[in-house]
Design a protein around this ligand. Structure first.
Ligand SMILES: Nc1nc2c(ncn2[C@@H]2O[C@H](COP(=O)(O)OP(=O)(O)OP(=O)(O)O)[C@@H](O)[C@H]2O)c(=O)[nH]1
Length: 410
């Protein structure tokens, strides 16, 4: 697990204690507590690497916010805590590059600080593509995003943006201007939304001030949000984060509906949804293997249901590792399905390797050695349901013939 040191500079022992407590609840954060400017300076000048800092503006040995300049000069993202709210001061601190300016007026303020740091930590793994032909504008957006620890990729026109999105599936968000050569922003959004591969890409359109119709066009074409230029950087950041969080929430809900919580494989509902799509799209082969654990009832009877569950969880992990690019689902109970647009021979080869790997393993703390029976179907059939039915018949035959084998129809 990656650990991230968070520098906390605060002269109030109570506040220090609260922040220490809240940060320590997240195991990746290691709070480093300093009660004054001098102490913080020493820590920052050492070899330690800090992920972020939470600082009090008024310290006994630096009463005029000098700590902010010190932290920023070490390129450490900084959240400011203050006793009193001052609009002008807030503005000047945000302009300097401070992430947030939070007043210590209630315990919610401290939770808010932790939320900002946690968001920063999530941002580190998020790639954002900025499509903008003006290099000044592009650089400005890049700097803003990097302040919040996003990874930034750049494109100078819509066509380049498309190519970069095609080659890097890890890009999570696109921020696009409209007026760009070759393919403009609006066309780019339309093209992306026609492609199911990009349905989860978060898109933020940028439109010039006064062009109300364009903002609406961006949204209608499928952008998650838009922002009028010139924008205020705090609003920019809020919109980026809100769009990402809305998408994250959507994906969590989708996972809850589609993923089996025990094995972390897709569930039966998903098997039929995705399987039917694969069946429609398959140009030549579509093969399906149904796996059933042998004598699983004995595991429950001998070791109890908790170990039975642990074994199913372990098998789920083995399946995910063995068939990373195939549709792998828990069909129900101790039955699993693997579906892929490959020949029956190819799937059988992979399945034999999987079964022989499984036989050589001792799974769970009870060191259970497991065998499986498999029914495989790759013959031309009229529907996905038929593919499942034939594989199930073959599985029945594999059990009847003595288990620990594959019965296939090719
Ligand atoms: N622990 C646990 N057991 C489950 C779960 N789902 C199904 N089972 C058990 O899996 C067992 C399946 O038993 P059977 O269908 O008789 O099959 P088997 O013992 O695997 O024998 P064969 O399939 O004939 O080799 C039953 O005892 C179910 O209670 C689960 O989520 N957790």
């Amino acid at each position: 697990m990656i650990e991230r040191k968070i520098l906390v500079v605060e002269d109030s022992p109570v506040v220090l204690k609260v922040l220490n407590h809240l940060l320590s609840q997240n195991p990746i954060f290691i709070p480093v507590l300093c009660a004054c400017y001098g102490e913080a300076k020493k820590r920052l000048n050492s070899d330690e690497e800090f992920f972020a800092a939470i600082v009090d503006l008024n310290l006994p040995d630096a009463e005029n916010g000098e700590i902010v300049d010190l932290v920023l000069s070490h390129k450490v993202p900084c959240v400011v805590l203050t006793g009193t709210f001052d609009d002008n001061l807030r503005l000047s601190l945000l302009n300097k590059g401070v992430l947030d300016y939070i007043t210590k007026d209630s315990r919610y303020s401290f939770n808010h600080v932790i939320k900002v740091i946690e968001r920063l930590s999530k941002n580190q793994g998020i790639k954002i593509l900025v499509a903008e032909d003006s290099s000044t504008s592009r650089l400005f957006i890049k700097i803003l995003l990097e302040q919040y620890r996003f990874k930034v990729i750049e494109a100078v026109n819509g066509q380049e943006a498309l190519a970069k999105l095609e080659e890097d599936p890890e890009i999570r968000m696109l921020i696009t201007d409209h007026n760009m050569p070759l393919v403009n922003g609006y066309e780019l959004v339309r093209m992306l939304r026609y492609n199911t591969r990009f349905q989860d890409l978060v898109i933020l359109g940028l439109s010039a001030e006064g062009d109300n119709a364009l903002s609406a066009k961006f949204i209608k074409a499928g952008a998650n949000d838009f922002l009028k230029k010139p924008f205020y950087h705090e609003e920019f950041h809020c919109r980026v984060v809100h769009s990402l969080e809305a998408q994250e929430m959507l994906e969590t809900i989708r996972d809850l509906a589609n993923i089996d919580p025990l094995t972390k494989l897709k569930n039966r509902r998903c098997l039929f949804d995705e399987g039917e799509r694969l069946f429609r799209e398959a140009s030549s082969y579509l093969s399906l293997a149904m796996i059933d654990l042998d004598h699983f009832k004995r595991v429950n009877d001998t070791y109890g249901h908790i170990v039975g569950d642990e074994l199913l969880e372990a098998v789920g992990q083995e399946i995910r590792l063995a068939f990373p690019s195939m549709l792998a689902c828990r069909f129900g109970g101790e039955e699993f399905c693997i579906v892929a647009p490959v020949s029956g021979l190819e799937l059988q080869g992979k399945m034999e390797a999987f079964l022989s790997g499984l036989r050589s393993k001792e799974l769970t703390e009870a060191k259970i050695v497991l065998t499986c029976s498999v029914g495989l179907c790759s013959q031309p059939v009229d529907s996905f349901e038929e593919l499942v039915r034939v594989a199930d018949q073959n599985l029945y035959e594999a059990k009847r013939l003595g288990r620990d084998r594959i019965v296939s129809d090719h």
